[in-house]
Design a protein around this ligand. Structure first.
Ligand code: KG4
Ligand code: ZN
Length: 346
């Protein structure tokens, strides 16, 4: 008997609903982006995000069910991202999913957002199975994971301050690009010379796999401000290229080192920043050189979406990771933790 799961993703500024069949087959995928709404503020405003999720969620779920050609009663489970993310935004999706699960008398499946990003690769590549090394780089996280099973993940390293996407977005803002600036900066960087400006690598030297993107962000902003004060022009394309190249260099060698250290043969990248063309190019080149198989999801599966959560939810359900109606959401939680069993605080 095949399993149909409706998943809700509302951890940030996308209201997404998708339906998976036995995990990897996606029957429908609906994403309602709020980006335009937040653009005028230059970043996501959490309260506005929560309110917009409330307005959108029912319709998005109905659309997902209609697109899949099924009715709610056919569902075998209802899932929602419960951590990490903006707490108010997470609660909207989780409470909607809990209510729906209860009304249908089906299990409620809490999903970890980072695990979901990894699962985007299972959707894109039907043959891919753990073990593998994963790089998740998004607006909120930059993490290297050792993935030994669908629900067994170990965090090997992470950013200690800003995420890669956050650095892209802040620098893009000062370059006059609209929010979220990562993709626009990528486009600008295509026309630039990445060697003109030198920026500090986004790594923690005393650690094998940890990152720090705040130094890179500050260095790029200082370069711009110093030039402005002296009345000099900065070449925006060259700076965008230097930032992209530095981010790529910082993460690629660390994720390859992590794969080698754990004896993994496969690397999977995910998250909004995995759409970055410099990062994709360098990963391809270096993985080929290192003899590692590389998995890069198509751009639509890199950023936040419901399919990745619907896929991961299947594996969580298989592992018995279901929640009850007292299930809470958490703004931060390592991907090694099962969301449904997490009781405490840090
Ligand atoms: O995974 P995602 O959609 O949301 C989070 O979980 O945070 O990632 C969004 C982030 C934003 O910071 C956005 O600017 C960045 O991914 N991003 C990019 C590119 N496309 C999206 N960053 C660099 N290059 C891109 N092409
Ligand atoms: Zn994400």
């Amino acid at each position: 008997m095949s399993k149909l799961i409706l998943a809700v993703e509302s951890s940030c500024d996308e209201t997404a609903c998708a339906i998976s069949q036995d995990g990897r087959k996606i029957l429908s995928d609906v994403v309602v982006s709020q980006a335009e709404l937040h653009a005028r503020y230059g970043g996501v405003v959490p309260e506005i995000a929560s309110r917009k999720h409330i307005e959108t969620i029912s319709q998005a779920a109905e659309q997902a069910v209609a697109q899949a050609g099924i009715s709610f009663s056919h569902l075998d489970g209802v899932a929602a991202t419960c951590a990490p993310g903006l707490i108010g935004a997470l609660l909207v999706g989780a409470n909607f999913a809990k209510g729906l699960a209860m009304s249908l008398d089906r299990p409620f499946i809490p999903v970890h957002h980072i695990r979901g990003h990894v699962a985007a690769n299972y959707v894109a590549f039907p043959q891919l199975t753990p073990p593998l090394t994963a790089l998740v780089a998004s607006g909120g996280h930059t993490v290297i994971l050792d993935v030994t099973g669908y629900t067994d993940l170990e965090v090997l390293g992470a950013s200690r301050d800003d995420a890669a996407g956050e650095a892209f977005d802040k620098i893009a803002r000062v370059l006059g690009l609209p929010y979220p600036g990562g993709a626009a900066m990528d486009a600008l960087a295509q026309k630039g010379d990445s060697n003109r400006y030198s920026l500090p690598p986004a790594i923690i030297r005393e650690s094998d796999y940890d990152f720090s993107f705040s130094g890179l962000k500050t260095a790029a902003l200082n370069l711009l401000h110093n030039a402005q004060q002296k009345g000099q022009e900065i070449c925006r394309e060259d700076l965008a290229a230097a930032v992209s190249q530095t981010v790529a260099q910082s993460v690629v060698f660390r994720v390859i080192a992590a794969a080698k250290a754990r004896g993994r043969k496969q690397i999977a990248a995910a998250g909004g920043v995995a759409a970055n063309s410099f990062l994709r190019k360098m990963l391809k080149k270096e993985c080929l050189q290192a003899g590692l198989d590389l998995y890069l999801p198509p751009l639509a599966l890199c950023g936040d979406n419901g399919s990745m959560i619907a896929c991961q939810a299947f594996y969580e359900l298989e592992s018995g990771n279901v929640g009850d109606l007292s299930q809470n959401c958490f703004a931060t939680l390592p991907a090694s933790q099962n969301v449904c069993r997490w009781q405490g605080s840090f």
